[in-house]
Ligand binder design. Structure first.
Ligand SMILES: [Zn+2]
Length: 512
């Protein structure tokens, strides 16, 4: 039998075998059992989390020769062909290849013909967000009145790029990233089956590197197995991944904490001279600071790292919450800029020394994050402002208008109505100010800020622009103390001073 990579060999063949998506597979199995089958499904979620596998299992369940049934036989011609992707009634279309132009044309021509030998004609369209506008229009026409024998399963990593008209006609299922534990268990089970000798720490490291994507983790195990002569150790994983051993990170964290610039320089030299992947190195460093942040917030156990790593990281939980957030933000900034920097080793060295001296460069209360061009950090040198605010001093034309905080509540309702998935990330935000082209808000939650500036940014910006009728730059600050001030003082004057590091020279109020 020819060699099959682990990701294919261990691809799930039934709903029960799909890992970590029980909220979806149980619902689908029940729908089949009760014969309540939708005409179009939308599977969304990160790559490598089981969308296409689930689409094939759903197809098998529907078209199994003894089906439809929630547990397809896996033995009939239909089941076997669907698993291999060669069944004439289950047509798989890759939206990313040529944006589906030829395949959607074919689909339009053939869709009204009955299936060749099954109950349903099933179209699985992967990366559906890549389709052309014409293709979406054609699909929409079909979805409005689908032939009884046709079922669509759309899969996408970027559902926000789909027209609302398509989404609203689908039964939507959101696949989630797998946890470290789920991935580690699957790797263990594969290792056991394949008689692979592998360290527990090496398993953890692979699970960690895969960022919730099971396919990547299985691919890495495959590679490590081919690469190693006998046992797979963390050293094998380090060499293959291009990420330095934890001992190097441990030394770096210590030098940063001690503001030891020459120590930092030595580590940067080591990393460059050893040929490690700088981007992966930075991503790993971000993860470590993120864990320090999590450890600071709660004493809950952190999965995916050995006890040694966790106890080393616990030494740094005395950093303030804001300085950890600022550190992580700076690391993200370095990670996105370093590839454009010709002398990247010096850039990295200086930036890490900068991080070690963050307390000299930023003032917690004036720390703001600027979303322009997806750039997420913006430091202002510390400049103490006069705390006194003279409300009667009216002299400047460029005043920041004082917002009406009711307005923000209305906006939140608007978000809840139009984008329920975005709403939870805004519930702990407060409006600081709204100018003709800048909206400033603060949140208490660093993760929510990240979600707003990254995953949900385009949607958030669209709703802001719609609701406030304009084109706005969004400024999001994260500060527990700042947010609390709003609640306590019921007055955001001081906050504006702090966020903008400015003196207030004029206040205008509505006559009403
Ligand atoms: Zn079957």
């Amino acid at each position: 039998m020819s060699y099959l990579v682990f990701a294919r060999k261990y691809r799930p063949k039934s709903f029960k075998e799909v890992i970590g998506q029980e909220h979806i597979t149980i619902t689908l199995a029940n729908a089949i059992k009760k014969n309540r089958i939708a005409h179009s499904f939308l599977f969304t979620g990160p790559r490598g989390t089981g969308k296409t596998s689930t689409a094939r299992i759903l197809s098998m369940s529907l078209n199994c020769e003894s089906g439809p049934k929630e547990n397809p036989c896996q033995e009939c011609t239909n089941c076997i062909e669907i698993q291999k992707g060669i069944n004439p009634d289950v047509i798989e279309i890759d939206g990313a290849s040529n944006r589906g132009i030829d395949q959607i044309r074919e689909l339009k021509e053939n869709i009204y013909f009955s299936p060749v030998r099954s109950k349903y004609k099933i179209y699985i369209i992967d990366e559906v967000h890549m389709l052309t506008r014409e293709a979406f229009n054609a699909l929409l026409k079909i979805l409005e009145e689908p032939p009884a024998h046709v079922i669509f399963i759309f899969a996408t990593t970027e559902p926000h790029k789909l027209p609302e008209t398509i989404i609203s006609r689908c039964q939507r299922f959101d696949f989630r990233r797998l946890t470290i534990l789920e991935i580690t268990n699957q790797l263990k089970s594969i290792s056991h089956n394949e008689k692979i000798d592998i360290d527990e720490d090496a398993l953890l490291k692979i699970a960690n590197l895969s960022d919730g994507c099971l396919r990547d983790a299985e691919g890495f195990l495959d590679k490590a197995f081919s690469f190693s002569e006998d046992k797979i150790t963390t050293d094998t994983v380090n060499r293959l991944s291009g990420i330095p051993d934890f001992s190097i990170f441990k030394a770096l964290l210590k030098h940063i904490n001690e503001k030891n610039s020459s120590g930092i320089s030595n580590i940067v030299n080591t990393i460059y001279n050893s040929g490690y992947d700088i981007s992966l190195f930075l991503q790993q460093l971000i993860k470590l600071y993120r864990i320090i942040y999590q450890l600071k917030l709660s004493n809950n156990s952190i999965n995916g790292f050995s006890d040694d790593v966790i106890s080393s990281l616990k030494e740094y939980t005395n950093y303030s919450e804001i300085s950890l957030i600022a550190t992580i933000n700076t690391l993200f900034e370095i990670e996105s800029n370093i590839k454009y920097t010709p002398i990247s080793s010096i850039y990295l060295e200086i930036k890490l020394i900068f991080i070690s001296n963050l307390d000299k460069f930023i003032d917690i209360d004036t720390y703001i994050i600027n979303s322009e061009n997806s750039q997420i950090s913006n430091y202002k040198p510390i400049k103490k402002t006069n705390e006194h605010c003279d409300k009667n001093n009216i002299s400047n034309n460029n005043a920041i208008p004082i917002s009406d905080p009711n307005k923000w509540d209305d906006f939140l309702k608007y978000v809840d109505d139009n984008s329920p998935r975005l709403h939870p990330f805004l519930i702990d935000t407060n409006l600081v100010s709204i100018d003709k082209n800048v909206i400033s808000i603060v949140t208490k939650n660093e993760i929510h800020k990240d979600m707003l500036l990254k995953d949900y940014f385009s949607n958030f910006q669209k709703l802001i622009n719609q609701f406030f009728s304009g084109t706005y730059k969004i400024v999001i600050g994260v500060s527990k103390s700042v947010s609390e001030n709003i609640e306590k003082e019921d007055n955001n004057l001081n906050l504006i001073k702090k966020v903008f590091n400015a003196e207030i020279e004029e206040i205008r109020r509505d006559n009403a």
